[in-house]
Write a protein of this length. Sequence first.
Length: 498
Amino acid sequence: MEKAPFIKINKADTVVVCLRNYAKGETITVDGKTVTVLQDTPAGHKVLINDTPAGTDIIKYGYPIGHAKEDLKAGAWVNENNLKTNLSGTLTYEYKPVDERLDIPDEHLTFNGYVRKNGEVGIRNEIWIVPTVGCVNGIAERLAARLEAETRLEGIDAVHAWHHNYGCSQLSDDHENTRKILRDIVLHPNAGAVLVLSLGCENNQPDQFEKLLGDYDKDRIKFLVTQKVQGDETEEGMKILRSLYAIAKEDKRTPCPLSELRVGLKCGGSDGFSGITANPLVGEFSDFLVAQGGTSILTEVPEMFGAETILMNRCKNEQLFNQTVKLVNDFKEYFLSHGEPVGENPSPGNKAGGISTLEDKALGCTQKCGRAPVSGVLAYGDRLQAKGLNLLSAPGNDLVASTALASAGCQIVLFTTGRGTPFGTFVPTMKISTNTALYENKPNWIDFNAGQLVDGADMKTLVRKFTEKIISVANGEHTCNEKNGYREISIFKNGVTL
């Protein structure tokens, strides 16, 4: 991408995006027409290139991002004050399949991973303590600290206790969602061994939870019910952890085809550059990975609103189309059932960065999944079944969505951001900045700078570097969130707490 002061993303667009700050009175020449900027306009924000009457759609990425609230002149700064969403309630959709061919050759790339007994591949070899209920979080944390101090992590990558607030006082879907996410964590291939730690009287009963695991590896997954222990449950827990450590420390990395890599696609703290740099970069990698036989998952269903038809028409068949329609409309109904509008999504940080409506956000957000056909649609807490591009039901919340991606089976989450964030979920959470200023300001947060695209870098060259970086992470290079020890889980909650 050539370095330029602004960009018109699609030939049909009625706005350009400023790649630097523009002062009132400066001019922009686009499509042979010179427009005078009417207000000081920050980088990442939109300038209108045509006179636009009130009620008229404003186009970006080739699609409407809302309509003008008032008559607007060419050169106006388009933002949340003069642009209104077109989104309302649920819709009826028609399947209009698009046959998108990636035409990307198989490069037969590999990474060094841990092949588990069931054939799944991990990119980390860690020991995890998973509480069935929040009441034993403290015990879990104490056990993790003791094992780490005792072993000094020789032969394993890390020890973690995944504390959470749930496992009791929940009903219906909330209870099942908690059980499914905890199940998914226990079975995740990034764990070489797991201690499932219970209290004993919780709703998430350990014997029923064990059944939920199915045919699991009993040598590497052990249970401890603390109320059944006579005396110090910590000592009993350490006995189990020492035996698990003895097994896990012998695991070795072996070459695995890139087809075994599964990545989650997530954005947070997005800005006006997200849909120009980081999200398209991740989309190019997602397509490359799918072409190698690998898997990517897109979630944040509310951030599909306004771009959902693009995804629906990329579904491989009508069954997947119908599942995607349900995915989108169910989330809209969730909003409406709580008396909330479906379009009230962009955060203060999004707006400050140049995103004015949910359609504006969604059309940039969905670029993370490139052009690949949709091969699978997952409910919240489901585990991956189909390779290729999948869609997953989860909200836009960074912690909840990233946890859901990892729970589905992703070994790594690719997280694009324009404002910056330090957090990570229970798998490596690789941060990709949309702009160079963020990368330079927060080197302890950001792993890769997609802002190079605005600075003049070539997309093809940068995708190659990005792919090499991801493979390095899969081979064991720590992401910033891992180096900082910023790792946690968050489980979606909808109903009452008893």
